[in-house]
Write a protein that binds this ligand. Structure first.
Ligand code: FES
Length: 223
């Protein structure tokens, strides 16, 4: 078998929103869709991560023959699969997941450094969701903003707990931040909640680059 044939043998063909899509065997549905310009809302998925984190629950899709929607970031592509990314059930689930995120997110877009470059705004625009709570109660959160580091600021009140910053920090072998506390108090924190400047951060700014919202932002003049 020459290499062209091997490449074809390792691909599958599926349908997403009526479009024929070819993807690598074993590929996650989310990446197959995004690679073909089909947007599925997502906040916590990282292509480089071996295992999907599956925390945001925004990437639900429906697959013909399945009883309930599945998370596109955890579902592998299969030959002949028929996928729908925008059905009433999917929209309902996404809307609930989105409102849950908003319920403890400081919505201060006009003054946020990530305004117009924020994944929450992108998802709201794509789905036609409002960036305000409609059905759920606000969970008050007023955690101190950590501006101790000269290069970046961490505002936990804007964190959506996607885990990307934790993942990159660990992948870089630093491990300065991790999830701390439980339930509604869960947050990303340094060891013992110490200021960033005293944590073992090596100032690579990888966490800032992957933050999809305005929780970790570069300080003016830092680069
Ligand atoms: S991207 Fe799939 S659960 Fe977050």
């Amino acid at each position: 078998m020459n290499s062209d044939w091997r490449a074809i043998a390792n691909t599958v063909t599926l349908t997403i929103d009526g479009r024929n899509v070819r993807a690598k065997e074993g590929e996650k549905l989310l990446w197959a869709a995004l690679d073909h310009g089909i947007y599925i809302p997502n906040l916590c998925a990282m292509r480089e991560a071996d295992l999907p984190f599956g925390g945001c629950r925004l990437c639900f899709v429906e697959i013909d023959g399945r009883r309930s929607p599945v998370a596109a970031c955890s579902q592998q592509v299969e030959n002949g699969m028929v996928v729908r990314t925008d059905t009433p059930q999917v929209r309902r689930l996404r809307r609930t997941a989105f409102e849950l995120l908003l319920s403890h997110h400081h919505l201060d877009c006009a003054r946020c450094p990530k305004n117009k470059n924020c994944e929450l705004q992108r998802i709201a625009a794509h789905q036609g969701f409002k960036l305000k709570l409609q059905r759920l109660r606000r969970i008050p959160r007023d955690l101190p903003i950590d501006a101790s580091h000269s290069l970046f600021t961490y505002d936990p009140n804007k964190c959506v707990l996607c885990g990307k910053c934790v993942w990159v920090c660990q992948r870089h072998g630093v491990g300065a931040i991790d999830f701390a506390y439980r339930g509604l108090d869960t947050r990303v924190s340094t060891f013992d909640n110490m200021p960033m400047v005293d944590a073992k951060c090596d100032s690579c700014l990888e966490c800032v680059k992957v933050c999809p919202v305005g929780a970790l932002t570069e300080r003016d003049g830092a680069s």
